[in-house]
Design a protein around this ligand. Structure first.
Ligand code: NAD
Ligand code: TDX
Length: 372
């Protein structure tokens, strides 16, 4: 167990005092970041949120239209690797806390091009840690640095068992290796420099505004259009699914109340085989749109070549998050999936804007060798 002694006390006092806090959120135009900002900008009117996002293919300001004019919100387009921009932001905005989400986040893309994952996930985390350390040292304050990470750093489970915070790291993809490296940097900045850090390692998220490259939105879009549903391998890989809103509440809680230097696992206690999720999506789309003349959409399932290095099973033990911080997920998977399917079926314009030329190019590259 890591404990930050006096620094954690300072941070807890600062956050409990209910003073105005200026918080830098990185990657806030992506899936989880935009859900988080729509939540906290309204739930925490006494805090100010500065969203720094480079707007890669995965960043989309349309996700934030509901809050773009909020008085406690500002968007800055920029790259976290830009040290000068970071120094100016910490200074001008008097940033007192960081919630770091910016990353390359898709495993299949990391297999096609690992270099960008190391640059973005590792080097940018280093740049951000150093900018925060310098700014807080200059100001003589102990700001909080919350790093948002993934359960994939722990590797793959067999048929039983759960990932705890003590499970040794064993990343298997370029994506998870780059996230593991960034977690280690954050941990080291706590031990070496006494930075007030928190890391959350979360399982698979689903919900509205997820870029249509991940399993659930890919399958909803293809089922809607009556296209083949590409299930990797035998479809028996297991993921632990959590609604993004529950993850965002966990992030907000851990950022405010988590102990300095501590890691918290976040998960839904909600394991599903991929093939069962795909069937559930087919049924939900049939229910909303009616079955096709050719028959139910389950017939569209197409087993394709496997993802290289495909982790078999992830499952999270979130008892520290529940016991220490009192977090409980509120969504049942039945409700969350039904609402998510409905959201995507109503989001034609948003989806069409995501599916531009570079999206089609990625899709062809990723699926060409799997479809054979
Ligand atoms: P996402 O791909 O939807 O969004 C990433 C965002 O980061 C985008 O808005 C992008 O423009 C921005 N970004 C990328 N590089 C940047 C840079 N150099 N400078 C500034 N901004 C940059 O990702 P997501 O699914 O929302 O994931 C957010 C975080 O949560 C990631 O760190 C990811 O590893 C982690 N996570 C995701 C999941 C999941 O299921 N999606 C689960 C656990 C943890
Ligand atoms: O077309 C597909 N067919 C398929 O069978 C896709 C896109 C995925 N899959 C499988 C691979 C996985 O077993 O579905 C499962 C989920 O795949 P993804 O949605 O790509 O997620 P995963 O690789 O599990 O990683 C996700 O969860 C952890 C996020 O992308 C990460 O950012 C997060 O850290």
């Amino acid at each position: 167990m890591l404990c930050g002694g006096s620094l954690s006390t300072v941070a807890a006092l600062h956050l409990d005092a209910g003073e105005l806090m200026n918080i830098l959120v990185t990657g806030g135009a992506g899936f989880i970041g935009s859900n988080l900002l729509r939540h906290v900008v309204r739930a925490r009117p006494g805090d100010r949120f500065v969203n720094l996002d480079r707007l890669t293919y995965a960043g989309n300001l349309a996700n934030l239209a509901e809050i773009e004019d909020a008085p406690n919100y500002r968007f800055v387009q920029g790259d976290i690797c830009d040290g000068q921009l970071l120094a100016a932001l910490f200074e001008d905005e008097a940033i007192g806390g960081v919630i770091h989400l910016a990353a390359e986040s898709h495993v299949d893309r990391s297999i096609l091009g690992p270099g960008e994952f190391v640059r973005t996930n590792v080097q940018e985390t280093l740049a951000l840690l150093e900018a925060a350390r310098a700014a807080w040292a200059r100001r003589g304050t102990a700001g909080r640095f919350h790093h948002v990470s993934t359960d994939e750093v722990y590797g793959s489970l067999g048929d039983t068992g759960l990932f705890t915070e003590d499970t040794p790291y064993s990343p298997n993809s370029p994506y998870s290796a780059s996230k593991a490296a960034s977690d280690h940097l954050v941990r080291a900045w706590h031990h070496t420099y006494g930075m007030d850090t928190v890391i959350t390692n979360c399982s698979n998220n689903y919900g509205p505004w997820q870029f249509p490259e991940k399993l659930i939105p890919v399958m909803i879009c293809k089922a809607r259009d009556g296209e083949p549903l590409p299930v990797y391998g035998d479809g028996g890989n297991v993921r632990d699914w959590l609604h993004v809103q529950d993850h965002c509440e966990a992030i907000d809680l851990a950022f405010r109340e988590g102990r300095a230097g501590r890691t918290y696992n976040v998960g839904g206690d909600n394991e599903w085989r991929n093939i069962d999720i795909v069937h559930a999506i087919c049924d939900a789309v049939d229910e909303r749109l009616g079955a096709q003349p050719q028959g139910p959409r389950r017939r569209l399932v197409t087993f394709v070549g496997d993802r290289p290095g495909h982790d078999r099973r992830y499952a999270i033990d979130a008892s520290r998050m529940r016991g220490e911080l009192g977090w409980t997920p509120r969504y049942t998977f039945e409700r969350g999936l039904r609402e998510t399917v409905g959201w995507y079926l109503d989001a034609g314009e948003w989806l069409a804007a995501c599916m531009d030329g570079s999206y089609r190019e990625y899709f062809e590259r990723n699926y060409a060798n799997k479809m054979g």
